[in-house]
Write a protein that binds this ligand. Structure first.
Ligand code: PMP
Length: 393
């Protein structure tokens, strides 16, 4: 056999693959509204463009740099965590990565041995499970409750002597739910009791609505040492393509992630690290304004989408954060989520993501991303209404 058991044991990212399929349709000339991807529609912010110009004129913007990130950026990211969430990290407890996706990969690489079990709360972003499998670990998927809450009892039951870590995603993609202090406290307590590592993906921490506040797992006494907090600027600054992610943890864990990274791709893009240094050091007010503007826009889109879905009598969980909405496949469609989204794409040009991507129990759901423009959302709702009228009996 030419290929490794490791690579044969995983799937290409469902979301990336489905997006390629959708983009082929567009290339063939189909009019498609893309609600399938976590892509904010905002142009690169002006202050980032300004920072790019400044860095362009600097020396050594084309050189190799420290694997874990430039000294200055690691310091500034620790400072950002302090300013935004009151969390204390020093620069040795930060790693700069090629997107949050790489931070997750390095985290699993650093901690997993074959047969280690990792609890993943579902519905979940698909990549967690594939990465765990890649490192020989066993993903143990635990579904949330019917009311879209953390199922602490089920999580407790899933822990055994092989459990190494638990993955939570707060705010959550695809449901848009956020975890309260009590829930996170229970996870931390459980992790302490069984000596587990908590991988807390917090990439949507700046998109929380209705006066609620993001609470990081690192906010709990004792959690900082056993938590790997994953974050990045893909969503926060609408720069998915620039690939700037980062993670916070104990120095020991970060050093081991750096060890792996030094043998994969070395430092994250030096130029863009310098750009983000410039943004955080000299345009912090602009940064905060942008984050606020984006949140305001997502909120308008969420409210419009929720009202429209109510009008169509659709069932869904109102997002408390993120720019995703998880809706139930309307009654009358006797099919799985994959078939539903394919038929929706074919008949209406609306691209969404099937619930099955996010866990076996969610085949009666689909995910709508409202990272797209309001204009697209208005048109999408129109097409959806027509589709339901024509299809429902
Ligand atoms: N975590 C979650 C929950 C995500 O939704 C995404 C992107 N869709 C990522 C991580 C990866 O982000 P990045 O672009 O920083 O790799």
């Amino acid at each position: 056999m030419m290929f490794s058991g490791k690579v044969l044991g995983i799937q290409e990212s469902f979301l990336n693959k489905w997006d390629s399929d959708v983009k082929y349709k567009i290339a063939e000339g189909k009019s498609v509204l893309q609600f399938n991807l976590g892509q904010p529609d905002f142009a690169c912010p002006e202050f980032v463009k300004e920072a790019i110009k400044i860095v362009n004129g600097k020396d050594k913007n084309n050189f190799y740099n420290h694997t874990g990130g430039t000294d200055k950026l690691r310091f500034l990211l620790a400072d950002l965590q302090k300013k935004t969430f009151g969390l204390e990290y020093n620069k040795e407890e930060v790693i700069v990565t090629n997107g949050a996706k790489e931070a997750l990969f390095l985290a699993f690489a650093a901690i997993l041995n074959g047969n280690d079990e990792v609890i993943v709360v579902a519905p979940h972003w698909p990549t967690y499970v594939e990465q765990v499998k890649f490192f020989g670990g066993l993903p143990v998927v635990v579904d949330i409750t019917n009311n879209f809450g953390l199922n602490i009892e089920a999580i407790k039951k899933a822990v055994n002597e092989n459990t190494k870590a638990i993955v939570i995603n707060n705010p959550n993609n695809p449901v848009g739910m956020i975890y309260g202090r009590e829930d996170i406290g229970e996870i931390v307590e459980l992790a302490e009791k069984h000596n587990l590592i908590i991988i807390s993906d917090e990439v949507y921490n700046s998109t929380v609505f209705d006066g609620k506040k993001h609470i990081s797992v690192a906010d709990f006494p004792g959690a900082k040492e056993r938590a790997i907090v994953i974050d990045g600027f893909s969503k926060t600054l609408s720069m998915t393509g620039y690939r700037l992610g980062f993670a916070f943890s104990s120095r020991e864990i970060i050093d081991n992630m750096i060890k792996v990274k030094s043998n994969i791709n070395g430092n994250t893009n030096s130029f863009f690290q310098m750009v983000v240094e410039e943004v955080l050091a000299n345009h912090f007010e602009d940064y905060l304004r942008f984050v606020d503007m984006a949140k305001g826009e997502y909120l308008k889109r969420r409210d419009f989408l929720c009202e429209s879905l109510d009008g169509m009598k659709m069932e869904y969980k109102k997002p408390e954060g993120t720019f995703y909405l998880f809706a139930k496949i309307p009654k009358g469609f006797d099919m799985g989520s994959r078939e539903f989204v394919e038929s929706l794409l074919e008949k209406t040009g609306i691209a969404v993501a099937p619930g099955i991507f996010f866990g076996k129990s969610f085949d009666n759901y689909f995910r709508i991303s409202f990272g797209t423009s309001m204009e697209d959302i208005v048109e999408g709702v129109k097409r959806m209404k027509k589709f339901l009228e024509e299809t429902r009996h």
